[in-house]
Design a protein around this ligand. Structure first.
Ligand SMILES: *Cc1c(COP(=O)(O)O)cnc(C)c1O
Length: 327
């Protein structure tokens, strides 16, 4: 039963202590454009500036550092080619832990090369994400590897929750946080911290209009599966797991308002951040700013945190968006 206990504030502080030598606290920057246009104090938490390009390093570091010596010696396995896979490979390399990453044959070569450069062993299997995931659990059973899940795990959630611990110190007057949601580990961790310290803070979840699995699952009250469509917010694609243990119930409990943003709104937010901060960020990372730009969240007079989650994007995509909105 210990496995299933809920994520506590103590887990968050444990995470903060564990990861302190791997992950630096990130700065926040205010957007003067959004402040002018929306009469709100808008703070952007710069999770794009981590060495690995996204906040996923927090959860991955906390999970790997929490393993027993025996587990570390046997190695770990995961099934993400995106920011989570990169984070696991990178932390594993630093800790001298063997990381296996299961991927489908459809994953482009550049992603495979990137993971291999980080020292991971890439295993190709099947032709979709589910095959890769199943194979990871198979290897866990047959070879004693520990699975590092991307979001639905206590240590992963607590790792992402360290963003919340930084926010309460950096923005003591915070009244709203707008958080990009895919599997919901990020949102669960941050919300738990914010609602514990400031119960009156409004938590806004944001996803893209296309294939928003958590949004549909909360709306219908049961975990749904959706076909994946192309989107600029590709890091937000994927299911939440039919046997979800933590993030679905935490999202149901903590999210006060859930908004969906269009591709054009995402593009506009990417352009704004390049123009104002000179950061090229990925579509998923732009969604919390897009939620403000879209007018779907009333931020007037509020102190609002947005989370700039990552920068895993082809610069030409950001340039095209920039040219569309600013030239
Ligand atoms: C993983 C990820 C998210 C969403 O995090 P979840 O914990 O899966 O909800 C948002 N943005 C980026 C860039 C990500 O890599």
């Amino acid at each position: 039963m210990n496995e299933e206990r809920e994520v506590t504030m103590r887990d968050m502080y444990e995470a903060k202590r564990r990861i302190q030598h791997f992950v630096h606290a990130t700065p926040i920057q205010q957007s003067f454009t959004l402040q002018e246009d929306f009469q709100a104090e808008v703070y952007m938490k710069l999770e794009n500036i981590h060495q690995t390009g996204s906040f996923k390093i927090r959860g991955a570091a906390n999970k790997l550092l929490s393993l027993t010596e025996v587990e570390k010696r046997r190695g770990v396995v995961t099934f993400s080619t995106g920011n989570h896979g990169v984070a696991v490979a990178s932390v594993a390399k630093t800790l001298d832990i063997q990381a296996v990453i299961c991927i489908s044959h459809r994953v482009p070569t550049n992603k495979v090369v990137r993971l291999e450069k980080l020292g991971a062993k890439v295993v190709k299997v099947g032709d979709n994400q589910d095959d890769a995931e199943n194979h990871a659990y198979h290897l866990a059973k047959t070879e004693g590897l520990t699975v590092i899940p991307p979001f639905d795990d206590r240590e992963i959630i607590a790792g992402q929750g360290t963003i919340g611990l930084e926010l309460i110190e950096q923005i003591p007057s915070i009244d709203m946080a707008i958080i990009p949601v895919s599997g919901g580990g990020l949102c669960a961790g941050i919300s738990k911290v914010l609602k514990t310290y400031h119960p009156e803070v409004t938590i806004v979840g944001v996803s893209m209009e296309k294939s928003a699995v958590m949004y549909e699952s909360i709306r219908t009250g049961e975990i749904v599966r959706l076909r994946e469509e192309n989107t600029l917010a590709d890091s937000l694609l994927g299911g939440i797991g039919v046997a979800n243990r933590y993030t679905f119930s935490m999202a149901q409990k903590y999210i006060d308002l859930f908004v969906l943003v269009s591709e054009s709104e995402i593009k506009e937010a990417m352009a704004l951040i390049l123009n104002e901060l000179q950061y090229a960020i990925e579509g998923a990372a732009a969604t919390s700013v897009a939620a403000i730009l879209s007018g779907k969240v009333d931020v007037t007079g509020k102190h609002v945190a947005t989370i700039i989650t990552g920068r895993n994007v082809d610069p030409s995509v950001v340039m095209t968006a920039y040219q569309h909105f600013y030239t």
